[in-house]
Design a protein around this ligand. Structure first.
Ligand code: PEP
Ligand code: MG
Length: 571
């Protein structure tokens, strides 16, 4: 019998494959003194040998099923395990320092990871990731714990996990991972956002998926409607294959608009931009016909590593994005760490309410060296394209003035050193805190643009944690309270001759798009995969006609009233 489990549709598409239930191993390493180094070395060699056997099996399977190039990652992992520089260094440490194998392996692998990560070379950085994965595998054997990581997957699967951290998501191999479903999370949690930029069908917030499904069971992920079918019948598989085919055909229709600009049926032009997390996402931005980057979440450059990225590394990433976008607008957001995005190496104290805590601009204004390094990298990159700098989580005008002041100081320093810096960088803010939306008329006199971050604006306005699926019913983008705030921001910008964009998930939401067009939004920034459907939708909408309904909509009682009205009138 099949079972249907409902969740939140996080990334469009259908995936049908076997379940791979991901458990994160608890790798707590205790440092112990040992006396018998020979038997400790033997234990280490045994762990290496089982790890090699496992990897060889995985590699063979991947080779057979998916081809040599896709199996190459496992060959690289095997090479690490045979590398005398690493293996001998661990043995020597056990011998000379009389420490247990776990501690020796951890020390040596961390040393190599740090060394490779610091090198200004993508190939070496990938080696650091290989060593990290391999050392986890060996440590899991030494500690006798079960080991599964997304990187160890070697056949086509859908991943089921309690949650996927953004760095787990970044490790997913698209060749193997056809989709994923999680117990926790909402549409705007960062794993959901990443799944959209990677074009992997996903359902989040199912509450029970990992409890109910075992490894190897066939599962359908319906990322269009937000459910998972466990153990489907042949009929159900056929139905979903048909749905998958239709979705594919729909995508082919949308693809015809890839080189077009975006106009409403009454010829009002808007800009459709894409949100990115890394320079690698630019490929998808261009393939999906986005007219710019409306949000580059730079924090991903700081994650999944052991220390802060250098100014040089950042300069390279930012200039690469600007260059590849060939003069199209690129809004780069300064570091927005905190909330569900942690940087363990900063050793920040645990907070009870991380989303209300020391995050984003609050941290940057306090830890100024981190901020200044990023700003210098951005300013240096500015001559490579059309850069706009955006500060996240601005709650007061004082914060904006302080951040801009630091930016200008760094700019002056660079210019006096003879570095080329663009003279036309716009400096704007995210509007994601209600105080800033309410004060938008004041801000509009000083900022160059607004970008409304509805993921946070909705969570703060409704007081509903965006990560908590139990309160996900309060993620209400069409609630008149939110729409009124959005209107205040757009009107305030226009009054001062500035532009207003939106980079929260609401900007790509087909129910919200007509209303946002009617409200006068200038720029819509969304997951790259939403750009073409949005363009196709806007082509069929008359801004003038929708605008005539806006006052009426803003006076409605509930979100449900707004949805009903929008569905009946803006098709
Ligand atoms: C937002 O809050 O809407 C936003 C775009 O920022 P993030 O999702 O990265 O918090
Ligand atoms: Mg935000």
């Amino acid at each position: 019998m099949s079972e249907r489990i409902s969740g939140i549709a996080a990334s469009a598409g259908i995936a049908i494959a076997k379940a791979f239930v991901l458990q994160n191993p608890e790798l707590t390493i205790e440092r112990k003194s040992i006396t018998d180094s020979a038997s400790e070395i033997e234990r280490f060699e045994a762990a290496i040998s089982v790890s090699k056997d496992e990897l060889s099996v995985i590699k063979e399977k991947a080779n057979k099923e998916l081809g040599e190039d896709k199996a190459a990652i496992f060959a690289a992992h095997l090479l690490v395990l045979s590398d005398p520089e690493l293996v001998d260094a661990v043995k020597q440490k056990i011998e000379n320092e009389k420490v247990n194998a776990e501690a020796a392996m951890d020390d040596v692998s961390s040393m190599f990871i740090n060394m490779f990560e610091q090198m200004d070379n993508e190939y070496m950085k990938e080696r650091a990731a290989d060593i990290r994965d391999v050392s986890k595998r060996v440590l899991a054997h030494l500690l006798n714990v079960t080991f599964t990581t997304p990187a160890s997957i070697s056949e086509e699967v859908v991943i089921l996990a309690e949650d996927l951290t953004p760095s787990d998501t970044a490790q997913l191999n698209r060749n193997f991972v056809k989709g994923f479903a999680t117990d926790i999370g909402g549409r705007t949690s960062h794993s959901a956002i990443m799944s959209r930029s990677m074009e992997i069908p996903a359902v989040v917030g199912t509450k029970t998926i990992t409890e109910k499904v075992e490894n190897g069971v066939t599962v359908i992920i319906d990322g269009l409607d937000g459910h998972v079918i466990v153990n489907p019948s042949q009929d159900e598989i056929a139905t979903y294959q048909e749905k998958q085919k239709q979705y594919q055909q729909q995508k082919e229709e949308w693809a015809k608009l890839v080189n077009e600009k975006t106009f409403s049926s009454d010829s009002v032009q808007v800009e459709l931009a894409a949100n990115i997390g890394t320079p690698a996402d630019i490929k998808g931005v261009l393939e999906n016909g986005a007219e710019g980057v409306g949000l580059y979440r730079t924090e991903f450059l700081y994650m999944g590593r052991d220390q802060l990225p250098t100014e040089e590394e950042q300069f390279k990433a930012y200039s690469e994005v600007l260059e590849k976008m060939e003069g199209k607008p690129v809004v780069i957001r300064t570091l927005d760490i905190g909330g569900d995005k942690e940087l363990p190496y900063l050793n920040l104290p645990k907070e009870l309410n991380p989303f209300l805590g020391f995050r984003a601009i609050r941290l940057c204004l306090e830890e100024q060296e981190i901020f200044r390094t990023q700003l210098r990298a951005l300013l240096r990159a500015s001559s490579f394209g059309n850069l706009k700098i955006m500060f996240p989580m601005i709650a007061t005008l004082g914060e904006f003035r302080a951040a801009k002041g630091i930016l200008l100081e760094e700019k002056e320093k660079l210019v006096s050193e003879g570095t080329k810096v663009s003279e036309s960088i716009e400096v704007g803010i995210m509007v994601e805190i209600p105080s800033t939306a309410v004060m938008a008329d004041t801000f509009a006199k000083e900022v160059d643009f607004f970008s409304i971050g509805t993921n946070d604006l909705i969570q703060y306005t409704m007081a509903a944690d965006r990560m908590n699926e139990q309160v996900s019913y309060l993620y209400q983008p069409y609630n008149p309270a939110i729409l009124r705030l959005v209107k205040m921001v757009i009107d305030a910008a226009h009054k001062e001759g500035k532009w207003a964009g939106m980079c929260g998930e609401m900007a790509g939401d087909p129910i919200a798009i007509p209303i946002l067009l009617g409200l006068g939004l200038d720029e819509f920034s969304m997951s790259a995969t939403s750009v073409l459907p949005a363009r196709s939708q806007i082509l069929g909408l008359s801004k003038e006609k929708i605008s005539a309904h806006i006052d009426h909509i803003l006076q409605m009682d509930t979100m449900e009233d707004v949805i009903k009205f929008a569905e009946e009138n803006f098709k």
